[in-house]
Design a protein around this ligand. Structure first.
Ligand code: TYD
Length: 136
């Protein structure tokens, strides 16, 4: 599995830091939707789904968290602990988010509007989907 964890341009000086990224330049899609996860309960695990088409960048803009990625044959865990780095999560990737630090904020940039039909929410369905895709 190829993990794409990217450092975004950051302007840092004595007064603070500013990170920026541009669609189709720093990330490979137009951003149609932004959402963020915060006020996360202690020990919470979230996600537990994959997408058929959606592309996303996950940026832990405050605190840290761990992202579990499972492509159907390999499982990797990635720690996000910097507001200047993002993790690309493409289609066909089961994800779980956990180990959120107190007050963590996870920002997500998404390539499409919200569409429940793009979700695969059962792990067995995900395994079947991956097998079907491999045949094509
Ligand atoms: P979900 O994607 O399951 O969250 P997580 O992966 O963090 O566990 O979304 C939780 C709920 O919010 C679900 O009922 C769908 C809704 N939702 C929207 O309406 N729009 C959105 O853009 C997102 C991401 C979720």
């Amino acid at each position: 599995m190829k993990i794409v964890k990217q450092h975004f341009h950051t302007n840092k000086n004595d007064t603070g830091s500013l990170t920026f990224l541009e669609a189709m330049r720093d990330i490979p899609f137009m951003v149609k939707r932004i959402y963020y996860i915060y006020d996360i309960a202690k020990e919470a695990r979230r996600g537990f789904h994959a997408h058929k088409e959606l592309e996303q960048y996950l940026i832990c803009i405050h605190g840290e968290c761990t992202i579990l990625l499972d492509d159907g044959s390999e499982v990797r865990e990635v720690n996000l602990n910097s507001p200047s780095e993002g993790l690309y999560v493409g289609p066909g990737m089961w994800r779980e988010m956990h180990a959120f630090s107190h007050g963590a904020v996870l920002l997500v940039l998404a390539s499409e509007y919200y569409d429940e039909n793009d979700y695969i929410r059962k792990y067995q369905d995900f395994c079947n989907y991956i097998k079907e895709m491999a045949k094509k």
